[in-house]
Design a binder for this molecule. Sequence first.
Ligand code: ADP
Ligand code: NA
Length: 301
Amino acid sequence: MKNIYVVGSINMDIVNKVHHFPHPAETVEGQHTAYYPGGKGANQAVAAAMSGSNVQMVGAIGNDAFGTPLFNSLLDKGVQVGHVKSKESGSGLALITVNEEGENCIMLSRGANEQLSGTDLPNEMWDDAALILLQNEISWDINLQIIHKAKECGIPVWMNPAPALLLPNDIYASIHTLILNETEAGLLTDRLIVDENDALLAITQLINKGIAHVVLTLGSKGLIIADETKQITYFDAYLVNSVDTTAAGDTFIGTFASSWLSGQTLCESMQFASAAAAIAVTKPGAQDRIPSKSDIEAFIY
Ligand code: ADP
Ligand code: NA
């Protein structure tokens, strides 16, 4: 069976609801602390594994109290963890506050993720990866190294440039599939994306940089995909009662990669991934509420 390698972040999400966000020098009370294993890399790895793929996580946890629960969460969800390293450092942390309007403020501390280096990349990845999935929560130098080497080895790289970071222009042609949301697309194309027309202009601008596929996700408005023939396809999102959109994109991306690699058509994979994300947003959390293949099938059919 082909392997998906996810080289990326592993974080503990620590979430509190507050009445309002604190101003400088103000203390506000959190209503309840929830600990959710997260991180874009780990979430995407879990989503791919939950929908049936063989997934290898390459990443780093800290030697603090969060390292073991983060490791175990990946293991419990069926992700291969032989390439997860423990570093002399704190684990990656996302301190998230959610106000009464449901908006969030996030302080991300990279911790061990920042210490992942080229020497942590397993040699067998270059032989048995069918696809390498990257995000932007580890050092850009490693991503760059992987993109170049994967090109030499003929391995497709899928990139989710989140948090948004300007990519060097000569890198685009080495990326097989770019998956990003409106905020990230706005930064990469230097546009304000407000309506469907802006989204269309942004995706056209990105596909013209030489990427084989660009997927622009638009939250509850669905997504747009462009391919190298410049064909553009729209997919609606499923209508659900959303309570927490954390990791919607991660759930979508991991499920999409897994479905496509397993031989489903592009359309089927989009539908499958949209359904997975729609199911996830109906419950609070991150990795712990990413649905399995059978949950997704039950939702769709
Ligand atoms: P990100 O989490 O990266 O911002 P999006 O919010 O664009 O990503 O979500 C990715 C995909 O998840 C969307 O294209 C859509 O299919 C699905 N999705 C996200 N939010 C919702 C929602 N509120 N209702 C239904 N589907 C959603
Ligand atoms: Na979003």
